[in-house]
Design a protein around this ligand. Sequence first.
Ligand SMILES: [Zn+2]
Length: 171
Amino acid sequence: MSPARFLDPEGARYGLPTYPWGWARVYDPDLATRDQLAEKGLRPGGQDPVAQLMWRSRRTGARGGGVRTAWLYRISLAAPKRTMTPARRRSIAAALRARRRCATCERVYRYCIPTSLGECPNCFYDTEPEQWELDDDIDLEMRHEVEALEEEGGAPGRAGDACRRGGHLAG
Ligand SMILES: [Zn+2]
């Protein structure tokens, strides 16, 4: 498959203007992937992707068909990436964890403890938690949430669906 297969500057075939890996900057020097922005100390800053890269890769499984894509953003519209100190990251992680921990049974849940109940639904209704509620991916999920916060500039309450009404984060 020739790289030219992925050249679609008008987005007629792939929806967005599309360039093979390494070609985007030739066509438009203002374009960068999220990672390339990060290397410049920038983040997309709320802008939608304006183009995409497409390239063959052995790293995708059968589902990806051996083709990977990455969105491209305008460097001129990017915002400065706010750096988060390790202490602040730990503080946010602890705050997220606290919102998921039941004060009564001390279990950590995959979801936030409802403030209306004041404890986990299982304590409140005297039931046993199901396995999915206490999945061991919890720490990994929270790390993703902290990274999402970092991406958005550390603004509390913007980490996906995480505990939107759970009050302010510490730190
Ligand atoms: Zn509980």
